[in-house]
Design a protein around this ligand. Structure first.
Ligand code: NAP
Length: 273
């Protein structure tokens, strides 16, 4: 009986349609920044599984090589390169490579961020602010500006910016980083109306607490985790895949009428500006 049901499911038109819609990004070229680990890697994987050719990058060649090989094992079409998004020449090289080697750009996921400071906001320095705003905010804008002409040549595209729950409610000790993430909510809304004229949608994802290296100081501390759990309705930390799937949805045709929007993916943490 169970075997019969399974067979029906596998061969049913609904199942075939699902399989097809899973390849909804075939022919698309996607740049995902900071994509050799954590959320960026999961985003590259989710886009690649839906048929996109993904361009993965981060600062370290060893990390790029490892990510490329893991994605190839998943039968994902992938090209890898180093790119520190805070560096103008490296951003330009990334875009040039996508155009020359993959024929164009349809999707940009701006995921890279740094946080060089933990403490009281009044103790943060000029250097801290410059670094955080340069990498987290300015590089996101400048990279978007660089890819727009290439998306226009393809008749449109999709940009997804990775913000944070901290952009809604600044996290204690992470003042400058939180402010940079609030700025990304504004950047999304500033870009969306202008780029809609070029058939480019701009959306944002605000993850909650996702179990990655970046947030390890939080989830490795039992007391901090217990405190966080009080705010999370779905009583677990998020996974990179929780965010990767949302990013892939925003890049897909299923989201063709969504722009200027931020989706919070927080397990229910209350997000209000
Ligand atoms: P992660 O697992 O630590 O991965 C960070 C990735 O970024 C690595 O691939 C790293 O590789 C790369 N990277 C770091 N600095 C870079 C730079 N300047 N240029 C290019 N690549 C860089 O981090 P994550 O948790 O996935 O975080 C990704 C994004 O999600 C960030 O924007 C973060 O603010 C946001 N976010 C995370 C959480 C969370 O709880 N984890 C929550 C909300 C928002 P290399 O070392 O090789 O450069």
């Amino acid at each position: 009986m169970l075997r019969a049901v399974t067979k029906t499911l596998i061969t049913s038109p609904i199942s075939a349609a699902r399989t097809m819609s899973h390849c909804s990004l075939s022919g698309k070229v996607a740049i995902v920044t900071a994509s050799t680990d954590g959320i960026g890697f999961a985003a590259a994987q989710a886009l690649g599984k839906r048929g996109a050719h993904v361009i993965v990058s981060s600062r370290r060649q060893g990390n790029v090589d490892k990510a490329v090989s893991l994605l190839r094992n998943d039968n994902i079409e992938v090209t890898g390169t180093t790119c520190n998004v805070g560096n103008t020449e490296e951003r330009e090289r990334l875009v040039k490579m996508a155009v020359e080697q993959c024929g164009g750009i349809d999707i940009l996921v701006s995921n890279a961020a740094v946080n060089p400071f933990f403490g009281n906001i009044l103790e943060s320095t000029d250097e801290v602010w410059s670094k955080i705003l340069d990498v987290n905010v300015k590089a996101t804008f400048l990279l978007t500006k660089q890819v727009v002409p290439h998306m226009e040549k393809r008749g449109g595209g999709s940009v997804v910016i990775v913000s944070s729950v901290a952009g809604y409610q600044p996290m204690q000790g992470l003042g400058p980083y939180s402010v940079s993430k609030t700025a990304l909510l504004g950047l999304t809304q500033a870009l969306a109306p202008e780029l809609a004229q070029s058939n480019i949608r701009v959306n944002c994802v605000a993850p909650g607490i996702i179990k990655t290296r970046f947030s390890s100081a939080l989830w490795q501390n039992e007391e901090a985790t217990n405190e966080l759990m009080k705010r999370i309705s779905i009583k677990r930390l998020g996974t990179p895949e929780d965010i990767g799937g949302t990013i892939a949805f925003l890049c897909s045709e299923d989201a063709s009428y969504i722009t200027g929007e931020t989706i919070t993916v927080t397990g229910g943490i209350n997000c209000r500006l």
